[in-house]
Design a protein around this ligand. Sequence first.
Ligand code: CP3
Length: 321
Amino acid sequence: MRQAGRYLPEYRKLRSGVSFLEMCRDVERAVAATLQPIDLLGVEAAILFSDIFVPVTGMGVELDFRPGPVVAHPVRSLDAIRALRVPDPVESVPYVFEILRRLREELASREIPLLGFAGAPFTLAAYLVEGSGSKSFSVMKRMLYSEPRLLSELLELLTEMTVGYLRAQVDAGAEAVQLFDTWAGLLDREAYRRFVLPTHESIAKRLDRPEAPLVLYVNDGAHVLDLMVESGADMLSIDWRCEMGEAARLAGRRASLQGNLDPCALAAPPDEIERRVRAIAAAARPARGHVLNLGHGCLPDTPVEGVRAFVAAAKRLGEPS
Ligand code: CP3
């Protein structure tokens, strides 16, 4: 989940004077932003500071952040899709791998694991077709129903790009990689089975890096939890709306779980945060494994004190309440 960001005054200071994409390309600043939540909040894993759109800049797409991603020329035709390149990631976005190598050096002595990540093909396609974020992504959904082959072609291209990008991250030192499908939950089960599941299956199969587990997050995906299990991902990151106990039952021995406190619950008093953390951990007990996390990323108005209370409650989990 997004752990760095605008809710941290130290992040805003580091980010001042540069654009978000410049910050993603600046190795020193990106390393510093990755380490901030470790040093300031005490979280027990580091996630690469970057964005799901960074590798897309290497495909020949012009985009900017205002503050979310905005695509200069939305991709809505066969010609536009065929104009996209699947570049060698190490050549097109070399700084991502430089940042990962530097982070592994920094983190080795602290025994903190390093996570890489990518946007899932469907979520990337949603922004590319729509042109920006949207409540219903109706332009993308119109393509899905009226020109399904066009969307499938775009998804295949993005799947190809994502496999190469995640492999290169593992080769540069990522010890696990997380795939973020923020918008796949907009689909019903039939459309999810046709357009989303094959992309996850293909990435899980072709990543072929047994030393680095694949974590799959689907936002608003309570209705597709069983299909997330089908993907072959090693761990499922559960959205805050899902019931952890139900996820544990569906995943069985096939996948471990991660999650899933509502990020807005970080506004609650510390004892209420602790109560919720304990309830999540208890519900996850039957799971093959569980990593305590939020059920979506920190929002810009997240109180830092709430994040601290969450980390403290997590670290007390082994103790009696
Ligand atoms: O903790 C981290 O820093 C991890 C790196 C990370 C970022 N984005 C940095 C970021 C990760 C893992 C992401 C994932 C991401 N980005 C997703 C998938 C997960 C999710 O949140 O559902 C999506 C959909 C995006 C696209 C995106 N990037 C949006 C919609 C926004 C604007 C909204 C916002 O909260 O600011 C961004 C910008 C962004 N990505 C910021 C950060 C730290 C804020 C940038 C800034 O203005 O400084």
